[in-house]
Design a protein around this ligand. Structure first.
Ligand code: PAF
Length: 313
């Protein structure tokens, strides 16, 4: 396994493999890998001749505080990558990915949205930074101004911008993303169609722990009591989504909130941030449960924000 930190060496490596007729799968990550990522690596390993995994904590998709406190564990990640059969781990610096952005300050300023307008239907690109040398992607309003994007649309602009760059740097045949982040996946699928690069986006199913909670890097912040609450939220979500096709969403939300009240009577540390029942492609809100509906819940336990996604069926 090779660890690469420059775009030039990455391109050289990937070009060499493609010249030999080999297929390349890309698994973009921000590191701090868990079994959910291992699921992505396994799938990529099984479907491609070689696998490139990127580890890059992308400042464009965080507020400064969250960026600085994001857990970083490169040595552990490299070990997991090695065991997962990864061929190349791409670990670039911020300057390597965004050479036209002078400083982290400039990056965080972009989140205020001052440099451009968002279209409601199409992806747009703003040329920003030194000599306009960096292309900043803006996600269409119809996909971003809902669910988690309402409060921080720039987060998804940051994700789209970095994933587009990674696609251009690696030029993979396939790229792998977890289905858990339903809005991210819908946006990246739409961006992939817009880019017309012929990359196949592979959505990999949510990996759950024994108590049903889906794996995420933030779970390690919960104590046992808080973890039991997270498991109870998953239980409520399953009641919402399972065998409820044809039922009204408002009635199901009321039932779920009654369950939340019940949990709060015993332990007052759970807050529901949002509940959305949507079509997974358009992200349009549904009034009635359909067979393909997805329920997404964002919730906070003692200040720690978590999310769960559940498919109807
Ligand atoms: O889902 C993630 O880990 C990140 O949003 C991604 C896709 C690696 C982009 O930074």
């Amino acid at each position: 396994m090779e660890v690469i930190d420059t775009v030039a060496r990455l391109r050289e490596w990937v070009d060499g493999r493609r010249a030999d007729g080999e297929s390349v799968g890309l698994v973009p990550t921000m590191g701090c890998l868990h079994d959910g990522h291992v699921g992505l690596l396994d799938r990529a390993r099984g479907e491609n001749d070689c696998v490139v995994m990127s580890v890059f904590v992308n400042p464009l998709q965080f507020r400064r505080g969250a960026y600085e406190s994001y857990p970083r564990r490169l040595e552990d990640d490299l070990e997991i990558a090695r065991l997962g059969g990864v061929d190349v781990v791409f670990v670039p610096s911020v300057e390597e990915v965004y050479p036209a952005l002078g400083s982290l300050e400039e990056i965080f300023d972009l989140q205020d949205g001052s440099s451009g307008e968002r279209d409601s239907d199409v992806f747009t690109v703003d040329c920003v930074g030194v000599d306009g040398g960096m292309e900043y992607v803006r996600v269409p309003g119809r996909l971003v101004m809902k669910m988690d994007g309402v409060d921080h649309p720039w987060h998804f602009d940051g994700v789209a911008t970095v994933v587009r760059l990674l696609f251009e740097m690696v030029g993979p045949g396939r790229a792998y993303f977890g289905q858990k982040d339903i809005q991210q996946v819908a946006i990246l699928e739409a961006m992939n169609r817009w880019l017309k690069m012929g990359i196949e986006l592979v959505e990999v199913q949510v990996v759950r722990a024994d108590d049903g909670v889906s794996l995420s890097s933030r779970l390690m912040l919960l104590d046992d009591d808080q973890r039991a609450i997270a498991a109870a939220v998953v239980g409520l979500l399953e009641c919402f989504a399972q065998d409820t096709t044809g039922q009204r969403v408002d009635g199901l939300v009321a039932k779920l909130m009654a369950g939340v009240d019940e949990i709060q009577t015993h332990r007052n540390m759970l807050k529901i941030d949002s509940i959305d029942c949507v079509d997974p492609v358009s992200l349009e809100r549904l009034d009635v449960m359909t067979e393909s509906a997805v329920v997404y819940i964002a919730y906070i336990i003692n200040g720690i924000r978590l999310a769960e996604t559940c498919w109807c069926g």
